[in-house]
Design a protein around this ligand. Structure first.
Ligand code: GCU
Length: 576
């Protein structure tokens, strides 16, 4: 993906602005492009956002203090690198946003006397990334003053539709834009260029809904033409009916309204508590509906993570671990909303848990497989074949026993289980798992089915080719033995302990003649027959046992007749 990003950067710096716009429009219009191809957020973003705790009073001192704490707490080293300035950095007058000479929102210099670039520079000097905020449209003050659009002969009145306004949560009075007018894209480009020149790495566009697709498209083009990689995040409560559109255009999208409860003692419900369990648990249903739309480059965003300041955030420690578990299972961005200058040790342990972070960063959105009363079970299969399973008691009173079978989770046979919160091994579990959980508590486990698969195409091949012309194989192909005695495939099989292993060789023989082979490891040699399976596309399993030593073992399957071996797909090993 780095190569993709590098290629995009090259393309962006080489093309002139209009060419980049038209090239990107063509890409966006292509229905085969599923995820945003801006090369960003291959994994869910991690960091901090100002909205939950700082709320309507951000300033440069607070932002710097949070950036400092992100580093000194060790969270940055764990991957929490985004420092996102949310709403309320601007200045309002009676007519809405105060604007700059080209009609863009002016930054409130009382809050940010050194300016946004200085803040971004400060954040970057700490090895972090700087995020910023916008909503669709053009400010009424820009239109009233008929501000020029930078680099063009157009003016604000040429592009504004003064009969309609957009959603805005602050100074309001944001007129809609005439997207048929060429000045509109130029206006948004000028705004994006200003952000890029300040060093913005992440842009949240808020107030997005079904009526603002053209605005999101224009901002996507605008960010791309800057040549700077800028993670593009959509907010909030996006309609699922347009999920494919959000996925095409952005790196994340908020699936619901805010996770904040607005139930604190400050103005507009600011201050602690920041949230409550009902707001967190409502994300479970949302994640079940949106699961299919997440993937590298585009994530379902379940909103800020309210973990860091102990119980005062409005959640018990059990509920906070469930909050973290669910965001990890759902592969949601992990953007903290709490005060990082007052982190508790319990919460630091939650946030710095490498096993939980790994579950989030695996980039797989989990599916819900049990939803019964207060009990929920979610599962995902990671690329290495492990299953990660979360069991929850989502209730607020009383213990509950939550159970799942391996077949519900998607596999059969024994699995080695690790408790991901504690890191403790729970040994081999045969076919099901259950936990009695306190209200709001979670159990998160990794189940590694004992069967290890070795694809033939990844083995050492002597006198044979990797083919893919007969359907039904696993992996990327199978081995076609050369039709001679002595052709072989040799697997390197790892065992953690010595003992007898059960092995299964998947093969096909489209002829009617047997293709016997010797199977050798160490001093042991077996001779097995591989008679016709009926067709080259009819795959069969030959199961046998072999003694393995601890560590690496070579297992070689050698043809003993001049017909060569059967076609071989893989070797499955259940270790001793
Ligand atoms: C055919 C078949 C191959 C197979 C070969 C053989 O060519 O397509 O997949 O390996 O026969 O007899 O070994």
């Amino acid at each position: 993906m780095r190569a993709v990003l590098a290629a995009l950067l090259l393309a962006c710096t080489c093309l002139t602005v209009p060419a980049a716009v038209s090239a990107d429009s063509a890409v966006s219009a292509d229905p085969t492009v599923s995820f945003s191809d801006n090369g960003l957020s291959i994994r869910p973003a991690m960091g901090w956002s100002s909205w939950s705790f700082v709320r309507r009073w951000p300033d440069e001192a607070k932002m710097r203090a949070q950036a400092d704490a992100l580093v000194s707490s060790g969270l940055a080293a764990k991957g929490y690198v985004h420092v996102n300035l949310d709403d309320f950095f601007q200045k309002c007058d009676a007519n809405g946003f105060v604007v700059d000479s080209f009609g863009r929102w002016a930054v409130d210099t009382a809050k940010f006397p050194s300016g946004i670039k200085a803040l971004a520079d400060y954040v970057h000097a700490k090895g972090l990334k700087f995020g910023f905020y916008v909503t669709p449209g053009i400010a009424r003050n820009a239109v009233t003053a008929n501000r020029p659009i930078e680099g063009t002969s157009y003016h604000a009145q040429d592009i504004a539709d003064t009969t309609q306004t957009h959603k805005n949560y602050n100074c309001k009075n944001m007129y809609r834009l005439d997207h048929a007018h060429p000045g509109t894209q130029a206006f948004i480009n000028s705004w994006a260029n200003q952000m890029a020149s300040w060093g913005v790495d992440y842009l949240k566009i808020d107030g997005v809904d079904a009526t603002t697709v053209a605005d999101v498209e224009a901002w996507d083009r605008a960010l791309r033409q800057t040549g700077r990689p800028i993670n593009f995040a959509l907010s909030n409560n996006l309609p699922i009916a347009q999920a494919a559109t959000w996925r095409r255009l952005a790196n994340s999208w908020r699936t619901q309204g805010d996770v904040e409860c607005y139930c604190g003692p400050g103005p507009n419900g600011s201050g602690f508590p920041l949230t409550d369990w009902a707001h967190v648990v409502s994300r479970f249903n949302s994640a079940a509906s949106w699961q299919q739309y997440a993937g590298p480059g585009g994530w379902n965003d379940y909103d800020s993570l309210q973990i860091g300041n102990g119980d005062q955030v409005g959640l018990t420690a059990d509920q906070r671990r469930s909050h973290m578990t669910h965001w990890a299972m759902a592969a949601s961005p992990l953007l903290l909303g709490t005060d990082l200058t007052a982190l508790t040790s319990v919460d630091l342990a939650i946030l710095r848990n490498d096993r939980l972070i790994a579950v989030n960063q695996d980039g797989v959105a989990a599916q819900r497989i049990v939803n019964s009363g207060v009990n929920q079970v979610w599962r995902k299969r990671e690329a290495n074949g492990d299953y990660v399973i979360a069991l929850y008691n989502t209730g607020t009173s009383g213990n509950s026993t939550v159970s799942v079978t391996w077949s519900q989770a998607g596999f059969t046979g024994p699995a080695a289980v690790t408790n991901l919160w504690s890191g403790a091994s729970e040994g081999t579990v045969t076919s099901s798992y259950s936990a009695t959980l306190r209200p709001g508590e979670t159990r998160l486990i990794r189940a590694r089915p004992n069967v290890q698969r070795y694809e033939a195409e990844g083995a050492t091949i002597s006198q044979g080719t990797v083919d893919s012309n007969h359907a039904g194989f696993s992996g990327t192909g199978f081995v076609n033995y050369t039709n001679v005695t002595g052709s072989y495939v040799e697997f390197t099989v790892n065992a953690t302990a010595a003992g007898t292993a059960t092995l299964t060789l998947r093969h096909a023989n489209g002829t009617t003649a047997d293709r016997p082979m010797t199977i050798t490891t160490g001093d042991t040699t077996l001779t097995l027959g591989f008679p016709g399976t009926g067709a080259w596309t009819t795959w069969a399993n030959a199961t046998f046992t072999l003694p393995l030593t601890a560590g690496a073992n070579t297992v070689r399957a050698t043809a003993t007749t001049d017909g060569g071996g059967p076609n071989v797909d893989y070797l499955d090993v259940t270790p001793p």
